[in-house]
Every structure is written in structure tokens, then in C-alpha cells.
Design a protein around this ligand. Structure first.
Ligand SMILES: Nc1ncnc2c1ncn2[C@@H]1O[C@H](COP(=O)(O)OP(=O)(O)OP(=O)(O)O)[C@@H](O)[C@H]1O
Ligand SMILES: [Mg+2]
Ligand SMILES: [Zn+2]
Length: 650
């Protein structure tokens, strides 16, 4: 009987291993299909453009559709003169950015429009400008109070009247706004509300109906429209109820705006909002002025030291944001920055609203240099001259990273987006997103972005946003393109088998290993019983961590969680592909830095640094300054550090 069971078990193992192999081949084929499809689309687009250039009066349906849209880029509408006048008189801007005019003309024609433009691309103008030249007011739905405040501040600065309603509005404010909604001589052209107002306040909805009857509800703008869909990265349940607006007021044009939405996500949004056949105006995700960089984080304290040094030197006197994982980190990191005389303040969801507003205002007026924030300081924060956005911890998805880092350089001048990538952070975030739909998958895409050694950071974003990308277009504005590392394909099958052996041994001892304990055991450290589990690897800690992460992304390892009332514990287990490694002919490979590849460069750099240091000491003696020694070192380091995009001011 036992023998029979053993046979069945053996066959089951072999069938499962074969299935895994087929799955692997399938995933490779799917990847190839994706690459080929995007190449085909690119070529088709080129062909179509060439045909159109040759035949300007072509009557094919796609080109006539494009011509229709091109018509909305023009200035021969009855409102065109007013649009130009308000652009300069009300908003003090000289020209439109790409696709703004098209979106404005479409919404002024009464069409329902979805606008997809990069963060900082200038989406707000697409509804703010039509608002000032239309009778009545535009209702703007935004997900966050901080976002409303920011918009109101900017509108106040240019003298466009606007109002807002949210949970913290006083009774008096509520009363005056509700009265203003049905008053033809009302003092506001834009009314900002949170989605809760629409979902939960009957009084507000009845007032909206009255405004509509009096022809005063001129337009509905839904900012951050991706929040409607639970497939997006920032789903808000109250956004799901916004469909009521278009059902109640079908003749009022709706404009939805977002920086991150795929076609399928927008389809979902249009269903939720009850918008039939919206026209989508979308431009490339690419922000050419942003420099993307990933730095390895060996420990939190090292990262903080590095961040302090960057802010004091490279970004001396310049405005920026440091994003952190938790409220505790916000307090801790800002305290560390303050210790170094940097005016940094924390910002997180648990602060009282007045404190949040105060930090936001003081930062906007450059009285605070750095906001150390959780993602609560997010969407819609619009300060033009943010020169750096540093992530002390990785974001939970690439969409989130794109949006958070997109706070930088909104004035189109160069700005840096640096993310510190730490091994243990991956698992901190993993336990946070475990309950989310596809949370793990999205986190893995972010990890892949950080792990990549040889793919342009922009190209990874492009494939994420379904865009065809040519690496040349990066213009060396990412660390991979600017400082290519010598790396090659390395077979890590032996490493993978050693890790599997550790996990199997631990499991036979009824032990579960956290990622940290797994790496420690592999490095021959930690408790004695763990050290005996397998061969000790000769890899460095960072390479060992990188191998573990790659195996996790590729499915040879997987995450396992256990919940307590207070916390979520995280362990590593054998992944679905692990059985493939039982077959000795199966191999796994990853890109790794070529050992010694950067050696000569590093040596040259060190010699150069020592030379500069000696020179400094010499000059110091000559001018007899009392500045502490390490400050000079920081200064030299910041100036000659090879990733710098903007030379330090001092
Ligand atoms: N035509 C223009 N010319 C110059 N500056 C502009 C123009 N349009 C918008 N801007 C500026 O660009 C900045 C970003 O605009 P906005 O806040 O509308 O971005 P956004 O697309 O909504 O970004 P996010 O996705 O982060 O909300 C603002 O400071 C705005 O004043
Ligand atoms: Mg915006
Ligand atoms: Zn690049």
C-alpha cells in the first residue's frame, strides 16, 4: 500500500514538475508575444503616419477619426478668442502644453472627455480654464483634502474664485457654499468636493439638482479618475458611487483626469461613471526633465545619512520631498534631518488637519525645505520648483512610484527622483499589501524596476504603461543609461538549489524562515542550527539578497504570511517553480554585476577623492577655517559624486 502511494506521489511530483516547465515556457512565450505585439504596433503606427503624409486627404476611418481630433487642436471655435484671453489674463500663461487645448475644446464642445497626461503635465487647466469662461460653476471631485487646498491656493494666487466643501468645512462655510450653488451671481467658478459629499450628503445632492435646473452646473470634473476602478492603484470606494452624477445630469459634460490609466482601466472608469463613449486625450507618460535613480540601501541609518548629505549639499536650499513608509518613519527621518539643521517637517494622515495644512502652506512658500511624508502627502500636490523627490522606502507599485516621484520638476526644469531600495523594505510592504487585489504582483513590478541593472528605468515604466519605447529617448536621464554597469547573465542554479535546501531542512525541523533569517543562514550567520542547514555562500550580502529577490520574482520562492491580532508575519517558502530545480539540467539565470567591472573606475575615483581631500586640507590650513573636517568631505563627495544631475549650489 505504502509502495503504491509512493509511486503515485513520485508520478505526481514528476507531472507537477513537467507542468511547471510548461508554465515557464508559456510565460516566456507570452513575454515574447507582448514584445512582438508592441513592436508590431510601433511599426503599424509608423506605416500609418507615412501613408497619411503621402495622402493628406485619405478617407480611411482611423485617419478621419484622427483628423477629427486634430480639429480640436485648432482655434476656430466660437470660444477660441476667450480661451486665449483667459490663458494669459486669468492664468498668466503664454502657451498651452501638448494636448491641453484639445481637451479644452472637446469639453467646451460638450463632449465627455478622459484626459491622461503625466503627473505635472497640466491637467487642472483643462477644466479650470473652461470653468472661468462658462456660465455657472464647475463641480470638481477630488479624493483628498490636501489636494483641494493646494488647488484653491493656486487659484487664489491667480485670482480665480473657487470654493470647497469637505468634512472639516465649518457650518458657516457650508451654508454660504450651498447658497452660492444656486446663486447666478455666485462668487465661485469652481466648487471642489470630496466624493463622500456626493455619496453621502442628500442636502448637497438636492442643491446640485437645483443648480442644474437653474443651468448653473456647467461641467463635472473628476480628478484622479483612476480612483473609480479597483484595478487601479488608488481605489476609493466612494468614487464607485459617482455614476449618479451622469445619470442625474446626462447633459452636463464630464471630464475625468488621471496620470496613470491603461485603456482597460479607463473602460472600467467610464462604466462606473456611466459615461457613454468618452473621448480619450492621452499623451506619453514620459517626463523628460526627471532623472531617475535607484540606490541600494544597506540599512535605514545609512540611507538617512546619505539623504542628509544629499540635501545639505546637492540640494542645498532647494525644495523637496522625502517619502517614507510609515508615520513612525516620518517622525524619525524628519528628526534626523532637523538635527542636521535642515528645515524638515513630517506629514502623515494621523496629524490633525490644521497641522497638515500648516506644513503644506509653509513648504509651498519655501519656509520649510523638506516635507518628510507618507503617501498621505500625495495626489495633486503641485509645487512647481520641487527639485528632488527621495523615496526612503520603495513605493508599493510602479504606478504609485510614478505618481509620487512626479511631484518633482513640475516647472519643467531638471529634478531628481531617487529611490532607496532595501531588502527588508520589500517584505514590510509585502505584508501591508497582502490583502490587496494583485498587491503582491504590483509590488514585484516595483522591485523589478529597482533590481534592474541593464534596462533603462524609463523603458520599464513604458512597458508598464503599455507604451512603445526607444531607450534613446531617455537622453541619459536615468542612472542605468548614464552610468551603464558591466553586467552579464549569470547562472544561479547552484545558489537557488542551496536556498531550497535551507528551506527544506528548516521545514523538516518545523521551522519557518523569514527572508532575513534565510539570507543569514545562507551567509553562515544567525543561530547555530540555521548555520548547518546548507553550504555557506561566498556571495556578498547584497548579492545574496538580490538572488533571493530574483527567485521570488521568478516564482522559485514565494511569500507566506501568518496573521496575529497585532501584526502580519512574513516567511519565505518554496515557490511553484521550485520543483523544477530537482531536475539537475534545469537552470536559472539572472543579470549580475560583473565582478571587478567597475574596479578600475572606483580606484581612479578614490585616488581623485584623496587628491581633492589633500587639496582641501591644504587650503584649509592656509585660510585657517574652523569648519569640521567631515563637512568638507561631504562637500567634495557631493560635488564629484558621479550620479549628480545638478551641481551643488555651495
Ligand atoms: N500651459 C502651461 N504652461 C506652463 N505651465 C503650466 C501650463 N499648464 C500647467 N502648467 C503648470 O504645471 C504645473 C502642473 O499642473 P497640474 O497641477 O495641472 O498637473 P497635473 O497634470 O494635474 O498633475 P498631477 O497628476 O500630479 O495632479 C502647475 O504648476 C501649472 O501651473
Ligand atoms: Mg492634478
Ligand atoms: Zn534611461
Amino acid at each position: 500500500m505504502d509502495n503504491g502511494n509512493n509511486d503515485v506521489q513520485a508520478e505526481l511530483d514528476s507531472v507537477e514538475a513537467e507542468l511547471e516547465l510548461v508554465e515557464l515556457q508559456l510565460s516566456q512565450l507570452l513575454q515574447k508575444q507582448t514584445d512582438l505585439t508592441s513592436r508590431r504596433n510601433f511599426l503599424l503606427q509608423q506605416l500609418e503616419e507615412a501613408c497619411e503624409a503621402a495622402l493628406p486627404s485619405s478617407s480611411s476611418s482611423s485617419s478621419s477619426c484622427r483628423l477629427d481630433l486634430q480639429h480640436y487642436d485648432g482655434s476656430d471655435f466660437s470660444w477660441s478668442a476667450d480661451v486665449q484671453r483667459h490663458l494669459s489674463d486669468s492664468f498668466h500663461l503664454s502657451t498651452f502644453r501638448k494636448l491641453q487645448l484639445r481637451a479644452i475644446n472637446l469639453t467646451l464642445s460638450g463632449r465627455d472627455v478622459f484626459v491622461v497626461m503625466p503627473t505635472g503635465g497640466g491637467k487642472s487647466l483643462c477644466y479650470q480654464l473652461p470653468a472661468v469662461l462658462t456660465q455657472g460653476f464647475t463641480l470638481v471631485v477630488t479624493p483628498l483634502v490636501s489636494l483641494m487646498e493646494d488647488q484653491l491656493m493656486a487659484l487664489k494666487a491667480v485670482g480665480v474664485p473657487a470654493a470647497m466643501l469637505n468634512a472639516s468645512s465649518s457650518k458657516l462655510e457650508n451654508k454660504s457654499v450651498l447658497a452660492g450653488m444656486v446663486d447666478p451671481s455666485s462668487a465661485f467658478k469652481l466648487l471642489y468636493v470630496t466624493p463622500e459629499k456626493i455619496a453621502k450628503s442628500k442636502l448637497f445632492m438636492s442643491r446640485l439638482e437645483k443648480a442644474h435646473k437653474a443651468a448653473l452646473l456647467s461641467r463635472i470634473a473628476v480628478d484622479e479618475v483612476h480612483c473609480c476602478s479597483q484595478w487601479g492603484h488608488d481605489f476609493r470606494s466612494d468614487y464607485k458611487l459617482l455614476g449618479i452624477l451622469k445619470r442625474q445630469f446626462p447633459d452636463v459634460p464630464l471630464i475625468g483626469l488621471t496620470a496613470t490609466a491603461s485603456t482597460s482601466l479607463l473602460n472600467d472608469c467610464s462604466n462606473i461613471l456611466s459615461v457613454r463613449e468618452p473621448i480619450t486625450v492621452s499623451s506619453s507618460f514620459n517626463r523628460t526633465n526627471l532623472y531617475y535613480e535607484v540606490r541600494l540601501k544597506s540599512s535605514d541609518s545609512d540611507a538617512i545619512t546619505d539623504i542628509c548629505s544629499l540635501i545639505k549639499n546637492r540640494y542645498n536650499q532647494q525644495s523637496g520631498i522625502v517619502y517614507v513608509f510609515s508615520q513612525k518613519d516620518a517622525a524619525l527621518v524628519s528628526a534626523e534631518l532637523q538635527k542636521r539643521n535642515i528645515t524638515a517637517f513630517p506629514y502623515h494622515a494621523n496629524m490633525n488637519p490644521e497641522d497638515k495644512t500648516k506644513v503644506h502652506r509653509r513648504w509651498s512658500s519655501n519656509k520649510i525645505q523638506v516635507v518628510v511624508a507618507t503617501v498621505a502627502f500625495g495626489m495633486g500636490i503641485d509645487k512647481p520648483d520641487v527639485r528632488f523627490v527621495i523615496h526612503h522606502t520603495i513605493s508599493k507599485s510602479l504606478e504609485n512610484y510614478y505618481q509620487e516621484s512626479g511631484r518633482a520638476g513640475r516647472d519643467d526644469k531638471p529634478a531628481d527622483c531617487i529611490v532607496y531600495f532595501g531588502f527588508s523594505d520589500v517584505f514590510r510592504i509585502s505584508s501591508m499589501v497582502v490583502m490587496e487585489n494583485v498587491g503582491q504582483k504590483k509590488l514585484h513590478q516595483m522591485v523589478n524596476y529597482c533590481l534592474s541593472l541593464d534596462r533603462c528605468r524609463r523603458s520599464l515604466m513604458a512597458s508598464h504603461f503599455d507604451e512603445v519605447w526607444d531607450d534613446e529617448d531617455c537622453g541619459q536621464m536615468c542612472d542605468v543609461c548614464r552610468h551603464p554597469t558591466d553586467c552579464s547573465e549569470v547562472d544561479i542554479s547552484t545558489h537557488a538549489r542551496q536556498l531550497l535546501q535551507i528551506l527544506e531542512c528548516a521545514s523538516s525541523m518545523d521551522e519557518r524562515l523569514t527572508p532575513l533569517k534565510l539570507v543569514e543562514a545562507w551567509l553562515g550567520r544567525g543561530p547555530a542550527k540555521h548555520r548547518k542547514l546548507s553550504h555557506v555562500t561566498t556571495l556578498s550580502r547584497s548579492s545574496a539578497e538580490s538572488v533571493v529577490l530574483h527567485l521570488l520574482l521568478q516564482g522559485y520562492l514565494r511569500e507566506d504570511f501568518s496573521f496575529t491580532p497585532y501584526t502580519t508575519h512574513f516567511y519565505v517558502k518554496l515557490g511553484r517553480k521550485s520543483s523544477l530545480l530537482k531536475d539537475q539540467s534545469h537552470s536559472v539565470s539572472i543579470k549580475m554585476r560583473t565582478a571587478g567591472g567597475a574596479g578600475p573606475q572606483v580606484l581612479m575615483f578614490l585616488i581623485f577623492l584623496i587628491f581633492q581631500l589633500l587639496l582641501y586640507v591644504h587650503i584649509n590650513k592656509a585660510i585657517n577655517t574652523t569648519k569640521p573636517f567631515y563637512e568638507h568631505f561631504e562637500l567634495i563627495f557631493a560635488y564629484f559624486y558621479p550620479f549628480s544631475t545638478t551641481p551643488p549650489n555651495s
